[in-house]
Design a protein around this ligand. Sequence first.
Ligand SMILES: Nc1nc2c(ncn2[C@@H]2O[C@H](COP(=O)(O)OP(=O)(O)OP(=O)(O)O)[C@@H](O)[C@H]2O)c(=O)[nH]1
Length: 459
Amino acid sequence: MNIPMLLQRPHQHFLKGLVRTPFRCYRFIFHPSPHLGSGVPCAQPLSSPGLHCAKWMLPSNGLTRKLCLQTTLEEHTEGLSDKEQRLVDKLYAGLIQGQRACLAEAITLVESTHSRKKELAQVLLQKVLAHHREQENLNKGKPLAFRVGLSGPPGAGKSTFIEYFGKMLTERGHKLSVLAVDPSSCTSGGSLLGDKTRMTELSRDMNAYIRPSPTRGTLGGVTRTTNEAILLCEGGGYDIILVETVGVGQSEFAVADMVDMFILLLPPAGGDELQGIKRGIVEMADLVAITKSDGDLIVPARRIQAEYVSALKLLRRRSGVWRPKVIRISARSGEGITEMWDKMKEFQEVMLVSGELAAKRQKQQKVWMWNLIQENATATFLTNPKGLGVNRAEGATLHAGKSILGSASSASSRVLSRFPARCGMKPYYHPAAQKKLSQLPRETAFQIIFYPGGQLYSV
Ligand SMILES: Nc1nc2c(ncn2[C@@H]2O[C@H](COP(=O)(O)OP(=O)(O)OP(=O)(O)O)[C@@H](O)[C@H]2O)c(=O)[nH]1
């Protein structure tokens, strides 16, 4: 799948287009593309200009297909009112000139759950992406920013470290942005990271931008907005993006999926205090830093360092060129922090040279895209069930949350399996089509639902 092409397109438009576009208007052609070989069935809109122009190329080898979405920026800006257009232009211009207020407003826009604002945010993102690509080309294809994930249990010393480390980086001429992902805000509305005043000095630094956690939404929603906030920060000229999360839930796994390097901060304590840290998260770490290595804590810090050095040896290596390191730091004395930055730069360099960084980012874009599709599909299901063929009774049951999980999933798979039929399509003979949608892996099920007309369904 051509992810960069897909990311050029505002996803809400893409999915809305799917629901709105009358699929009867699609005809199937054999695409002569040399990349795909001849005889590849493709669906093409009969009257594309007025529609959200999507061109489908669905090769029949396995379930891998290439989705090529052709779109232009103009297509998406044409629906905006003058006022909306002015807002997007103002935010875009301010953002790329490095104005923090515009960056803050732009991130607020991507975090918005208001449907119109979400659309504006997509237009803005698309402009920023275009700018980003240009800048990356000027940079000979090298990434513009170093994305770093930082996680650790509450009290590990994350904010004290970021304050010290951030000031060191800005003094060296870097522009740093710190984005917080707070899992507690998803469920309780409370906040582990956001409530207290953190990093007071760094927040006054003109070369640093600190963004507290989005205040609501599912983990998926928070992940989406964090991904988009990263892009906006990069558009705003920030060359180091720190994404901070408290390592007690699922959010750190989500964060590890959006950064180049993942760092785990652990306090010099063992046993109960580190109970909350999941083993899996240690496996994700490219660097483990034992914090507070000063005064009386130096001895326990050394012990914990030795324990983690041996533990990491037993873990499967995730990279062919980098072995995770364990270091000791102190944000109070400053010990180990310059060395830590050197290690981080070394990591970035070897990953870049080996091509692993590019591969990792590509993989992350794919994960991001599937999360977006899932999130939008759920939203469509909830907001426009009629479009998917949900009848009133089913809609009421689903909305009221009355159906128990089993019946909800069978209702939804029934509804979704009717979707292509409602669009004038009938099942095509393929072994996977014999299976119920609910039994298919998530990715395959979405391919069936969203890429009708391919090997599973034809007119
Ligand atoms: N001795 C020593 N104490 C430190 C160091 N860094 C942080 N602390 C102390 O550890 C405590 C927790 O530090 P924070 O930076 O607030 O930790 P945090 O991980 O951001 O905590 P949460 O915001 O609850 O997630 C504070 O009392 C700090 O003063 C350090 O390098 N050495």
